[in-house]
Design a protein around this ligand. Sequence first.
Ligand code: ZN
Length: 312
Amino acid sequence: MAEWDVANRPDGAGELPEAVVQRLRAGELWHALLLIGERTQTVRAVRWLAQALLCSAPAAEAPCGRCRSCAQFAAGSHPDFWTSGEEGLRAGDVEALQSWLATKGHGARKVYALLGVDEMTPVAANRLLKTLEEPAPETYALLTATSRQKVISTLRSRSFTCLLSAAPPFTSTDPASMSVVGRLSSAEDPSFAGFMERVIEWTETWLRGGASPWELAASWQSLAKDIPAEDGLLLLAEWLRELMRVRAGAQADRFAAWQEAARRIAPILEVEQYAACVQVVMDARLRLQSHVALLLNLEQMCVRLREVTTSW
Ligand SMILES: [Zn+2]
């Protein structure tokens, strides 16, 4: 299985937020963890966590890589580790898991991994709920998904969600965006003067729920009236990307001059929500070419932005 080969590297801990590693070290890991991120990344994290949970060394040193348990794990033959989902998750997989959980373990702990719970069938997801609701002692569930939105809410509410932060595309490499952001920050273009301050104010009004989507659309149209609509939306998308980057704990980058505002605003949403908002803005920018009236387009954009901020 190529996927597991790619994942079979010792750096799984590096994928995980420090808080998760600390809880593991303290022997206080949640019984069900939902890891959100790219597939290879979440699989690496799952392998590392599973090996650490099953390792016979003290929690502070696990996975030691030397004990019998670690050797069995590395060989892919650990009897207390069960995984499924390389080729989708169906109800039969959950039934197989439940049978495995009902058998007596070889050691003190059991760990199971279900890969891609955002792609599992509704029947399978409902079967799994029962297992998550009544966790057996010393049994750990490691679930993975590429999209948190697509995981059914009842599964989300029964597990601790952990975003693997390197997943979203933090920096656009689109030449158009680099040129527009460059013009903004060099301040050579007088039409951009004061623009970012107005964008920051607009962003805060939106994120703090201070205006309806229709008011937001009208105020965006008026604040960006001196620059091409395309450039305005590109800047908004890049600004949201910056907030996403700061939210994930990185330093301010392209908008370094406004980093104080970025630090103030960034905690309002989750990294994944910022990623979704960037997409909404870029979709609106694409629609500019379709001759939809500008204000109508902006209204659609603001309605969708509001959905992202309120429905997660
Ligand atoms: Zn070990």
